[in-house]
Each structure stands twice: as structure tokens, then as C-alpha cells.
Design a binder for this molecule. Sequence first.
Ligand code: PEP
Length: 255
Amino acid sequence: MRKPIVAGNWKMNNTMEKSIRLVNDLIPLIKNQNKVDRVIIPPFTALATVSDLLRFTSISCGAQNLFWEPKGAYTGEISAYMIEDLADYVIIGHSERRTYFNETDETVNKKIVAALNVGLTPIMCVGETYEENQAGKTGEVILHQMNKGLADIPIVNGAKFVVAYEPVWAIGTGLAATGEVANKVIADYIREPLSHLFGEEVAQRIRVLYGGSVNAANAAEFFEQPEIDGALVGGASLKSHDFADIVNAAASAKK
Ligand code: PEP
């Protein structure tokens, strides 16, 4: 049995004041739900503060990105070493980064290696655009992202990362995939290549999330699916009660 994860990606939202308010609202609502790994992923400006507020809880903190070089003359960038004592998880290759910041499968790969080297758990995002979906290219696109993004990742770290299937057309649109469709994509194009890359036993331990317009009303549909081990949540993670409802849905899922 893989332990479910519900991770809330706040993206470029929340001032310091709002971040403190939201995390203080969230802690009492989700702190005892230990059946689920709960991860709050604030913007970098609030990472240290949120991390501090979560320190004595069982809720984890995550970062939204990193740069693969450990240190040096890279103005504006943040390395894995600068994050490691503030976070347990880091999102790598979110579609917004691929779309707006030229992130490629090659840079995703470098970032995953950098995260694993310092003991951070990467949440690697993969997913097809609407056009790719309509052209019947979902499988091809995701297999490519999986094989390139995870190329030469040492097998010893094989179970230490998380994959999130995030169809680009479902992110922030209110148009979620169905649980059944997401489950099939994950089985065929994520779990299957994981098994080729790392062996069946490791592939069965790696947690795979669904992300894309998950909300309090539809979350349970995803968590009932055998291949879906949780959710990466954007918009709904900015509302404490909605996020708590999603965490509770993950805890009550019957597989
Ligand atoms: C995301 O940011 O990864 C995401 C899935 O966003 P939303 O839940 O708002 O679609």
C-alpha cells in the first residue's frame, strides 16, 4: 500500500502576511490526518517562514522549483542546498515552468539529480497539452517526458521521488480529467515506464499523483483509483477548508 500524498502548490500567490494566515488556518485542520502525507508548497518568499511554522507538525513543506548548480553566479536562482533545510519536497518540471520558462526534459533531469543529491524528494510533473491530447499523442508525450526526465537516475534513489500526472489542459481550467482516464494514463505511460526504468518492485513503491483542477467535490473520484496515490492541488490549496477536505478524501479512500 502506497501512502497517499496531498500537496498544495500555492504558485505565485500570497504575500508573507497571507501565507502566515493561510498556514495557521490549515495546521489545525490537517495536522492530525496522519494517514496522508500533507505538503504545503508556498512561494520562495514565504518558504522559510512557512517551514518554521510547520516545524513541530507532521505537515511537510515543499519548494516550487530549484536550479541544478549548487552555488555561484546565477542571479535570481535558488539551489537545492539552499532549500534542503527548509523543505522536504520540490516540484520539478511543472507545466507552467515548461511553458513560460523554457524548461525541457533535460533541465528537468538535471534538477531531479540535484534534488536527490541533497535528499529532497522531487515531484516530477508530466502531462500533455490540449492539442497533443486531441491529436492522440498523450502516450507519446508522457513516455518521452518520463524517459528523458528520469534518464540515468540512480536506481538506489528510484523510490525516493514522486511523479505527478498533470494534463496541461486541466490545470487551472476547472476541466479535470476523469478518475478513470487519469488512472489509465498513469498505468500505461507512467507506472509502466517506471517499471522498465527501475524494475517492478521499485515502480510499485513510487507514488504517482494526479493534478489538474482537483477540488473538494471531485477529489474522491481520483483517490478511489488504484494507480492514483494522491493529488497535486493548485487553486484549491489556497482555501484552507477546501484543501482540508481534499486531504480527508485521500484519507478515506477505499482501494
Ligand atoms: C497545479 O498547480 O499543479 C494545479 C494542478 O493547479 P490547479 O489545481 O489549480 O488546476
